[in-house]
Design a protein around this ligand. Sequence first.
Ligand code: MG
Ligand code: MG
Length: 255
Amino acid sequence: MITTKTSEEIEILKEGGHRHAFILGELAKKAAVGVSTQELEDLARELIKEGGGTPAFLNYTPRGAKRPYPAALNVSINDEIVHGIPNEDPKILQDGDVVSLDLGLVHQGMITDSAITVGVGDISEEDRKMILHCQEALSIGIKAARGGGKVGDISSAIEVFVRPLGYGIPDGLAGHGVGYKVHEEPFVPNEGAKGKGELLRPGMVLAIEPMITLGSSRIVLSGDGYTYKTADGSRAAHFEHTIVITDGEAIILTK
Ligand code: MG
Ligand code: MG
């Protein structure tokens, strides 16, 4: 079922989303050469607690997963696209790494979901461009999300921007409804046809999250049951905002 949120709930999401953006910003600043993924996880938990929230991903079991997710944060490095686990077998960030940080925050019972990708130290020009293009793909997807339109308008806008640049769009990974639960309907793919799919109605809260790769669109799931990597070992970027649909332009909640 696709839900719409009340204006009171949207106010809570705005407040939580604002805190969410602050936490991601602090994590981005912390992501430097020599820092471990465990340290990022620790900082995420500390900042979530400080703001009176709770981690939405910790102990959450997505459909199809065999065990609950063990961390508050997803840290996905280089060929890892999403859902990297920071506190099991922690890694030390290296010069030139591309690191995606994805966080879910519960604030007064309402959930926001947002992600950013950052470069560590000196990154290659190719990686730098990929990160910028992925961020731009998110903005373009958000601009296409308007009340009265369709989910496919978002998918198509992202795909039409990304494909000519030569990036891969990971198969099967997509955005989603959010707010009461981490994953709600509808599914919001990063490729598709304009004018197709579910109707976008004011009050719908969506996580829009383009992921792009420097190689193909094929993905593999790691042995930990969570981390999705590119099948060809190419690097990936990921940006995500939680937005609310209105009669006009969508409002970004996680800013
Ligand atoms: Mg996310
Ligand atoms: Mg998400």
